[in-house]
Design a protein around this ligand. Structure first.
Ligand SMILES: Cc1cc2nc3c(=O)[nH]c(=O)nc-3n(C[C@H](O)[C@H](O)[C@H](O)COP(=O)(O)OP(=O)(O)OC[C@H]3O[C@@H](n4cnc5c(N)ncnc54)[C@H](O)[C@@H]3O)c2cc1C
Length: 393
């Protein structure tokens, strides 16, 4: 079995099947071991990701929980200081979520895999040969050589948003932009830091999201509306223009908003810029091929569900491979079984994530929109999101 990509989904699949007799897993990762050592910024994993992992891979769940900070509350306020929502996640979830740095998350997920991962190995092509065999080639960057697998019984595309596995079998998956710029920043903080658990601060549709992660860092994701058909305007990439959109028209910002605005001013040059986008869902692009995580279902990160859903996917894949082995079935049966268990839930999460973006769109009223999020329909959906995960079969 070949897994392309050792990200969230790929690393968990490799970990879950590492000691499974009857299956040999090769995991290709285009990054070298050092490439992601200081990767990215921060990430929050929803309670559902941890619940799912605890059910299928309790060791991995314990390791993640121990190395992270708990996500227990979700607050929403205006940058002027007016509080709009203070949600205790235990009202809608069975357990806490987590807050962690990407670099730490990668290290925890990949560390135990040892030589089960081929780092610096970039999948270049895959397809079905004339005689029906499933084949793949990859470039080993460390040796500058091309290698080939000739008869793969199951190929898993865990190679992220621009998946080569997906493209090889079903073409490009064009993005749909929502008209929102989302940028990320990680910065060190001292004892005066007023930011702790997951909070959001709005000034009109312009939003600051921040929380603390282990190691005395704060992760900040700021956003503001942009035309859906344009990139991030260069004029917005300077501290003065950027911070202006979060300053309340009347009065001074709250202590938290002021702290974050100050951090943007100081660290503007380290910002990672992106645009909110999603694309279509596809689990099975061909026989014996399964897509997972962002390769299968790129979604907007509004509810922090991209990596969380990649975890849920990985749990079900591990369960279905184990089940196929137990029942002496071919691994070719796994993609359909995974799709059967995941498709409806993923559709729900993708749609819910998009709907929850309403308060970030041009012209939105975050006041009215947030009050709606306190009402039963939204809260019931949150309960479904955080609680209704697949459990071992
Ligand atoms: C601004 C922003 C904020 C986000 N915040 C959150 C959040 O708080 N919580 C959350 O749950 N999600 C969040 N997400 C989403 C999350 O980052 C992704 O959904 C998640 O990383 C997907 O996991 P994955 O395993 O599918 O892919 P990835 O984590 O992208 O991993 C793919 C792996 O495949 C490797 N790869 C790619 N191509 C090849 C190839 N050809 N050969 C070999 N290897 C290859 C890559 O190097 C990578 O290691 C956020 C996303 C964005 C853009």
């Amino acid at each position: 079995m070949l897994v392309a990509g050792c990200g969230i989904a790929g690393s968990l699949i490799a970990a879950g099947l590492r000691d499974e007799p009857g299956v040999e897993v090769t995991c290709l990762e285009k990054a070298t071991t050092v490439d992601h050592a200081d990767a990215g910024t921060g990430v929050n994993i929803g309670p559902n990701g941890i619940k799912s992992l605890s059910g299928f891979m309790p060791e991995q769940a314990d390791a993640l929980v121990k190395a992270s900070l708990p996500w227990k509350r979700w607050t929403i306020a205006l940058t002027s200081g007016e509080d709009l929502m203070d949600l205790d996640l235990s009202e809608v979830a069975d357990n806490d979520g987590i807050r962690i740095r990407w670099a730490e998350l990668y290290a925890l997920l990949r560390g135990p895999l040892g030589d089960g991962v081929r780092y610096g190995a970039e999948l270049e092509s895959c397809g079905i040969a004339g005689d029906g065999r499933l084949t793949a080639t990859w470039r080993d960057r460390t040796a500058d050589a091309v290698e080939r697998a000739e008869d793969i019984d199951l190929l898993i595309g865990g190679d992220g948003r621009y998946s080569k596995v997906r493209t090889a079998f079903s073409g490009d998956n064009p993005p749909m932009f929502l008209g929102v710029c989302l940028y990320r920043l990680l910065f060190p903080v001292g004892p005066d830091c007023p930011i702790d658990d997951y909070g959001q601060w709005f000034n009109g549709p312009n939003r600051l999201l921040a929380y603390r992660v282990p190691g005395d860092f704060v992760y900040l994701a700021g956003s503001f509306p942009i035309p859906a058909d344009s990139g991030v305007p260069d004029a917005m990439k300077n501290a003065e223009a950027l911070t202006a959109v979060y300053r309340p028209a009347t009065g001074t910002p709250s202590r938290e908003a002021g702290f974050l605005i100050g951090a943007i001013e100081r660290h503007c040059d380290s910002i990672h810029w992106a645009r909110l986008q999603e694309a279509s869902i596809l689990f099975r692009p061909a026989e014996r091929v399964l897509l997972v995580g962002d390769a299968a279902h790129p979604m907007v990160p509004t509810l922090g569900q991209g990596a969380t859903q990649a975890m849920e996917d990985a749990c079900v894949v591990v369960d279905e491979v184990r089940r196929a082995l137990r029942e002496d079935r071919s691994l070719a049966s796994v993609p359909a079984a995974v799709e059967q268990r995941r498709a409806e839930r993923v559709r729900f999460v993708v749609d819910f994530s998009r709907d929850a973006t309403d308060t970030m769109l041009a012209g939105a009223d975050p006041h009215a929109g947030t009050l709606e999020k306190r009402d039963p329909p939204f809260q019931e959906k949150l309960k479904r999101l955080y609680r209704d995960v697949a459990m071992p079969g």
